[in-house]
Design a protein around this ligand. Structure first.
Ligand SMILES: Cc1cc2nc3c(=O)[nH]c(=O)nc-3n(C[C@H](O)[C@H](O)[C@H](O)COP(=O)(O)O)c2cc1C
Length: 201
């Protein structure tokens, strides 16, 4: 079959893209508003996009009513965020934190997710996350420029917290121990333990 994207509605385009570009890693993003309210939400339009400088990119869509999600508003206000990776043990908590709450309510408290202070930025980090990147906003790009549907947050990594339990004997990350989940289409997810190796030609 062929799909002409110019004939699809945005929802149809989303479904085809999100169910084919899989698995997607999940950025579990913690931020703090200028007023001091902590926020936590997951985003799967997410990737590492540069190592010089070390940079991650997260897409935050506008809400259906055109308003900004708390995550975007907070990074616009403060320029700081923590991006956690999500392992299988945290799947339920991550999903719970995607609920839309009033701006004054913290997902950390509402979902009883334990936190720790960060070292270089104000937002809290998820205590049980296997990897947490403390980041400073490098750039926020409304996209597309003419009629934005989302904002792309380019986040420079300042410092990473890596749980020693996910390291192998050589001190490198062992994907089996990391046990991240990936997002598939709809409400589907996968685990990343079914790996294999290939030497480059
Ligand atoms: C696994 C998962 C992935 C998600 N990915 C995205 C995404 O890439 N972009 C987005 O705007 N929302 C995404 N969402 C929805 C947001 O998490 C949701 O809108 C959340 O309420 C935003 O919270 P905030 O207003 O506190 O920022 C995702 C939700 C889940 C459960």
């Amino acid at each position: 079959m062929q799909l002409d994207f110019s004939s699809l509605t945005p929802l149809e385009a989303y479904r085809w893209l999100a169910s084919s570009v899989t698995p997607r890693p999940i950025a579990w993003v913690s931020t703090r508003s200028a007023a001091g309210v902590d926020n936590l939400a997951p985003f799967s339009f997410f990737q590492v996009i540069s190592d010089r400088p070390p940079t991650l990119m997260v897409n935050v869509n506008l809400r259906d009513d055109g308003s900004l999600k708390d995550t975007l508003r907070n990074v616009q206000e403060t320029g700081e965020l923590v991006i956690q990776l999500v392992d299988f043990a945290q799947a339920e908590a991550m999903n719970a934190s995607s609920a839309t709450l009033a701006p004054g309510i913290s997902e950390f408290q509402h979902c009883a997710i334990a936190s720790l202070p960060s070292s270089r930025v104000a937002p809290l980090r998820v205590a049980a996350a296997p990897v947490a990147f403390e980041c400073r906003v490098a750039q926020i790009q409304a996209y597309p420029a003419q009629d934005p549907s989302c904002h792309l947050i380019f986040a420079e990594v300042l410092l990473a917290h890596i749980d020693d339990a996910v390291l192998d004997q050589r001190g490198r990350i062992d994907p089996q121990r990391l046990d991240l989940i990936g997002r598939l289409g709809g409400s589907g997810y996968c685990r990343t333990r079914d790996g294999f190796e290939m030497a480059r030609p």
